[in-house]
Design a protein around this ligand. Structure first.
Ligand code: PHE
Length: 341
């Protein structure tokens, strides 16, 4: 039995042959197993001789099976290694790598710079209740600002009694949502997409803003100016000329718009030179009514807010003359202005 099985195992060509041999020899009804069962019918003397012999045989067969199994696997691996080889000196197939869109890049830059100044990132929905987008920001229904904003209104079917919704026209509704959620004091920015029905070289129906809001006991317009100038020097990597123009927003009082000095020559825009100005943000001291709408007592707290065009400052920093190209998904444009990951 021993020589029969050991030589058969040594000769087994593959794993299934090996398994067959295992069943034949030491399986439940295998030859060795049957022999072991006969031990019961033997005399004690016979059993004392045969028992250890059979056990040893079984062990030997089992270890031969295991060893052969390893040998077969090794051989199979050797064959694969011989057959499946690669010529690592072959030139690779050309592969296109994607790039980071200038808007994503600038979004990240803004978040990082404001984070250094202690601003946390807040978020709000793009499909926003008209109440957050307008009323809570002191823009009542009849206010001309609603019309000026070229708002996209969400259609409501008859019988739909949800409050009216719009595509948010600015990130300012997140001011109210943050006040409601966290109360005062508060220091947040909110980068995000906003929507207005408008289209020319510097306007697209979807664009990006980063909202800023700081509320404290004695926050002033001077703090606003410092934060913005600090931001622009960090962002442009140099001091750039800014222009604060008195302006009006229903949700700030007083209000200012900020322009960045730039030149627009032969299709390129350059920041910090020339006699052109590009408006990049609106800002001001948060209107008491807005604080109240956010559940904050205007007798105790005050603060500043701003809303900056991310796409605008991306155009300025990276010399991109036409905003519309940002959203055309033209691969040549993306390769040119994109950032490597
Ligand atoms: N929400 C204004 C806009 O989109 C910008 C702004 C934000 C102005 C905060 C003042 C304060 O034009």
């Amino acid at each position: 039995l021993k020589t029969k099985y050991l030589s058969a195992i040594a000769a087994a060509a593959d794993e299934s042959a090996l398994e067959e041999l295992r069943v034949q020899a030491v399986g439940k009804k295998g030859e060795v197993s049957l022999k072991m069962r006969e031990l019961g019918k033997m005399t004690p003397e016979e059993r004392q001789v045969m028992g250890p012999q059979l056990n040893a045989l079984k062990d030997e067969i089992n270890s031969a099976l295991a060893a052969k199994k390893v040998a077969l696997a090794d051989a199979a691996l050797d064959i694969r290694l011989k057959e499946e080889w690669l010529d690592v000196t072959l030139p690779v197939r050309p592969q296109r790598q994607g790039s980071i869109h200038p808007v994503s890049q600038v979004w990240e830059e803004c978040t990082a710079i404001f984070a250094d100044m202690g601003f946390a990132v807040a978020e709000g929905p793009q499909v926003e209740q008209a109440w957050y987008n307008f009323d809570a920001l002191n823009i009542p229904g009849h206010h001309p600002a609603r019309a000026e904003m070229d708002t996209f209104y969400m259609h409501r079917a008859e019988g739909d009694d949800r409050p009216p919704h719009v595509l948010r026209t600015h990130t300012s509704p997140v001011q109210i949502r943050s006040m409601e959620k966290h109360g005062a004091p508060l220091r947040i920015i909110c980068p995000g997409r906003v929507y207005r029905a408008d289209y020319d070289q510097t306007h697209t129906p979807m664009f990006h803003q980063v909202e800023g809001l700081a509320i404290g006991k004695d926050i002033s317009m001077a703090n606003l100016k410092w934060v913005l100038e600090e931001f622009f020097s960090a962002y442009f990597g140099k001091k750039v000329k800014t222009r604060f123009r008195a302006s009006h927003f229903p949700f700030t009082e007083p209000s200012a718009e900020v322009d960045i000095q730039c030149s627009w020559e032969n299709g390129t825009v350059k920041v910090g030179e020339g006699d052109g100005w590009l408006e990049v943000l609106g800002s001001g001291m948060v209107h008491p009514k807005v604080l109240e709408a956010g559940g904050i007592d205007p007798k105790e707290w005050q603060g500043f807010a701003f809303g900056m065009g991310i796409d605008r400052i991306a155009m300025l920093k990276y010399g991109i003359p036409d905003l519309r190209a940002f959203f055309d998904s033209d691969l040549r444009w993306l390769r040119h202005y994109g950032f490597s990951a």
